[in-house]
Design a binder for this molecule. Structure first.
Ligand code: GLN
Length: 541
């Protein structure tokens, strides 16, 4: 019988629930169990595809092309498993399925009600994941905070599941304990309030992960134990730490895995966090750094820098850097400053490698093109991702092939040289305003050209599969002139004859991909292109 662990947040959001869920998965996996996970986002959006990354953070893409919450990325990275559309639920998805079924007479004429039909749909989807994955544990992270109107139906689903299978369902609350600066004392009240709110929904947490700036002391643990009605051993201290990859190890210090298994009456089959611990040692002990510049635009929201917009890129850089026992030092370079003053470009020389990540819309484009030109001419190792491939093509067309004004039709529909253009089937979507879930999404095959940097990086494979999220493509009409002038097309999609990777000769490392390699990088298996970029960054050239 699969076991279900619901993870929900206290009264504050943004406290690392996703990492906590992924880490619980990791420690159960290390004990020899099969683990899968589901992320529930309580919003109406059917998926994350139409959301602004500044508001929502990165839109993660799975192999099957689901545009989902970045936590799915955390799960994939921690568990080293590929997830699919089944692992992601939103209010919109659930309602859409119920309404569609109602329209098809799937409820055989009866009145369809919010309760119990919505929770029943949620439960059936959770069960489907259990059946499909054959996992021993299904972790279900309920997004948002307790007491929010939006996640009540999901808590209700969890409660109903517990009622039916009390022995197979466990609740974990991730709650934050603030230390107000003036008082200097850790406060347990918000956690007590969170538990009350959960109790109102008919749920008693079995375990509390107490997030705080520092570890919890005994008196605090005792207080939570008494007022929140659980064994003191089930109050797990989860202090802030330097690296997210240390979280599973910290949980284990507090015996979290053991407590979970005991509650389900299970015994560990093995205990194997060896490789993971080695990685954390490298993370903590690496002295030398590698300095990477990321030229982009989704960095600023008022006074805050929202690094969440590029989380998979950051993690991929980390994985590759750790592989070479280096500490990555990532600098955010807003491309618009290169538009304001070209002299600002000189700062790029300070970096051992430059990355231009994906993006949408016109703002900052010309600045990125200038940065790319600078990296090409000054032989700075460069990796471009998605939009970061389209822009080097534009730069090359303009400055090497002499196609003045070359552009993508995303930014200038009337350009004389549309070197990047929208696919015919995409044109129809745009005309009908069908934006949601219609891009070129998910894993596609890419054939590698022999003896190229990419082919060597991927271990001389003929074919690879990588994940996409874009509407525009390199326009095949310009392939001949680009290639004639020295652009190397090192990856092609054989079915549609679309350019997937470009690279340059006479440059230490200049590679750009139409796909997003960052989505497939894993802590213990860095992505080959990121690995090669870092390798070139740290050896003198
Ligand atoms: N805006 C570009 C497109 O739609 C690139 C998208 C991206 O970088 N993910 O094709």
């Amino acid at each position: 019988m699969p076991k279900y662990i619901f993870v929900c947040g206290g009264v504050m959001s943004g406290i690392g629930k996703g990492i906590a869920t992924a880490s619980i998965g990791k420690i159960l996996q290390a004990k020899g169990f099969e683990v899968t996970a589901i992320k529930i986002d309580p919003y109406i959006n059917v998926d994350a595809g139409t959301m602004n990354p500044i508001e929502h953070g990165e839109i993660f893409v799975t192999d099957d092309g689901t545009e989902c919450d970045q936590d799915i990325g955390n799960y994939e990275r921690f568990l080293d498993e590929d997830f699919s559309t089944l692992n992601y639920l939103t209010t919109g998805r659930v309602y859409q399925a119920v309404i569609n079924r109602e329209r098809n007479l799937g409820y055989q004429g009866r009145c369809v009600e919010v309760v119990p039909d919505i929770p029943n749909e949620v439960i059936s989807r959770i069960k489907k994941v259990a059946n499909f994955s054959k996992a021993d544990f299904v972790l279900i992270e309920i997004g948002g905070t307790v007491g929010e109107y939006q996640n009540l139906l999901f808590l209700e689903s969890a409660r109903m599941m517990k009622l039916k299978e009390p022995k197979n369902v466990l609740f974990i609350l991730v709650s934050y304990l603030p230390i107000p600066e003036k008082i200097g004392e850790m406060k347990t009240k918000p956690t007590q309030t969170a538990v009350r709110l959960l109790n109102e929904a008919g749920i008693q947490p079995d375990i509390i992960l107490a997030r705080a700036r520092v570890p919890l002391d005994e008196p605090r643990k005792r207080k939570i134990s008494i007022f929140c009605n659980l064994n003191i051993k089930d109050v797990i201290s989860a202090p802030d730490i330097e690296s997210i990859y240390e979280v599973p190890i910290n949980f284990e210090k507090e015996n979290l895995g053991k407590r979970i298994l005991e509650k389900f009456n299970l015994k560990p089959k093995k205990s194997d966090l060896k490789e993971w611990k080695k990685l954390v040692k490298v993370i903590k002990n690496s002295k030398k750094s590698v300095k990477i510049g990321i030229v982009g635009k989704y960095f600023e929201s008022g006074k805050f820098t929202l690094l969440d917009s590029y989380i998979s890129v950051i993690e991929a850089i980390k994985h590759a850097s750790y592989f070479f026992k280096r500490k990555p030092e990532i600098h955010w370079l807003s491309s618009q400053k290169y538009e304001r003053n070209q002299r600002n470009l000189q700062e790029l020389k300070k970096y051992q490698a430059v990355i231009v990540p994906g993006g949408f819309g016109k703002r900052g484009i010309e600045g990125k093109i200038r940065a790319i030109e600078f990296c090409r001419k000054n032989k700075i190792p460069f990796l471009g991702l998605c939009l970061g491939m389209q822009l080097p093509v534009i730069e090359f067309a303009r400055n090497v092939c002499g196609l003045r004004g070359a552009n993508s039709t995303e930014f200038n529909q009337k350009t004389k040289y549309p070197v990047i253009d929208v696919m015919p089937e995409q044109k129809a979507f745009l005309k009908e305003k069908k934006y949601g879930g219609t891009m070129r999404l998910g894993a596609y095959k890419c054939q590698l050209k022999k003896n190229t940097i990419s082919w060597l990086a991927y271990g001389r494979k003929d074919y690879i599969f990588e994940r996409h999220r874009h509407r525009y493509e390199l326009n095949n009409e310009f392939r001949e002139i680009l290639e004639k002038r020295g652009l190397i097309i090192s990856g092609l999609n054989p079915e549609k004859d679309l350019v997937e990777i470009i690279e340059l000769k006479n440059h230490p490392f200049f590679v750009a991909t139409q796909f997003h390699p960052e989505f497939k990088s894993r802590p213990l298996r860095p992505h080959p292109l990121f690995r090669e970029l870092i390798k070139k960054a740290i050896i003198p050239h």
